[in-house]
Design a protein around this ligand. Structure first.
Ligand SMILES: [Ca+2]
Length: 200
């Protein structure tokens, strides 16, 4: 998990309206994935107090971006609105077009979502999209992370770890091989271990 100082929150819309159609949305190149209503596991018994207890909730349907918001997508928002660029917009790696935008704060992320008629996702929405319905420890299930499943940092803070192929951020869809945020229709949300998403 990258430090929160680099993160924007994931973005999702909280309105419980039915998405008009699959794989569409206002953000070019980043469709909204429909997450159906239904019961899902939220929280866990082991972990910080604010994650306890593990419980089963009835979730409303919503939709959330397939991947994190990329620098290319955030750049279009900046060009359209005059909003300040991401702090790392010109970084040789973190600022690459296909990488998740980093160096934006909550207000930036909120403004981005609002511009597209979306909203930041709730904790429940984000967790439902990332974990599926069964409450697995990771988007792919219970197996521990490995270099094929996720882009991770070094075990000890704060050095790069390129064993997964990326010393820093990876393209937003880089780890598409494993299901993440599986939906009942097999559409997937990807890369939620990194940073920024929007939803409807
Ligand atoms: Ca890495």
């Amino acid at each position: 998990m990258l430090t929160s100082s680099l993160c924007a929150a994931a973005m999702a819309v909280t309105l419980a309206f039915r998405a008009a159609a699959a794989d569409v949305g206002p953000i070019i190149g980043n469709p909204l994935i429909e997450i159906p209503a239904g019961v899902f596991v939220f929280g866990r018994d082991a972990g910080p107090e604010n994650e306890r207890p593990r419980r089963v909730l009835e979730g409303r349907e919503f939709a959330i971006n397939r991947t994190e918001i990329t620098n290319r997508q955030y750049g279009r928002f900046v060009a359209a609105t005059g909003h300040r660029p991401a702090f790392y917009a010109n970084h040789p790696i973190l600022g690459l077009d296909d990488r998740p935008v980093v160096g934006v704060n909550w207000e930036d992320a909120d403004a981005f979502c609002r511009h597209y008629g979306l909203a930041l996702p709730s904790e429940q929405q984000y967790e439902r999209a990332a974990r599926g319905t069964e409450g697995g420890a990771f988007p792919w299930g219970a197996a521990p992370p490995d270099n094929m499943r996720a882009n991770s940092g070094a075990d000890a803070c704060c050095t790069a770890d390129a064993r997964d192929g990326y010393a820093m951020t990876a393209p937003a869809d880089a780890f598409a091989r494993e299901p993440r945020g599986r939906t009942q229709s097999d559409r997937q949300c990807l890369g939620m271990d990194q940073r920024l998403l929007c939803a409807v």
